[in-house]
Design a protein around this ligand. Structure first.
Ligand SMILES: [Zn+2]
Length: 118
């Protein structure tokens, strides 16, 4: 069975250009997707700076972990928006980001994300 390690050695992951722009403007983001395809056309996804690789099952329209075959979970991460008059204050608005993770191989992402300074 293939592992994340084999896939990382064999295939190059890259964030697409629009994500590069989004990453530059939004340093608070928890998850920047990077994708690649193997010679069979199978799509793999991982988070930028993360080591665990997810494989896309097109028939089932879901991602599984290549290390343990577990279905990938999604954690909602709330980023408080600091749009108040004072530093580090806001009107209670929160931006939610969906962060995928494998519940066997990765820690559950914290549900409180980096604040967004406006
Ligand atoms: Zn896993």
């Amino acid at each position: 069975m293939k592992s994340s390690c084999d896939i990382l050695k064999r295939l190059d992951f890259s964030a697409n250009e629009s994500w590069e722009v989004i990453r530059e403007k939004n340093s608070w983001l928890s998850f920047i997707p990077e994708t690649t395809k193997d010679d069979q056309g199978v799509i793999y996804l991982k988070g930028s700076s993360k080591k665990v690789v997810y494989k896309y099952l097109s028939e089932e329209n879901k991602y599984i972990c290549v290390d343990c075959n577990n279905e990938i979970n999604v954690q909602k991460v709330g980023h408080p928006i600091w749009d108040g008059v004072f530093d580090c204050s806001g009107y209670g608005n929160v931006h939610y980001e969906d962060v995928p993770y494998c519940s066997n191989c990765e820690k559950t992402p914290s549900s409180s994300g980096t604040p967004i300074q406006i």
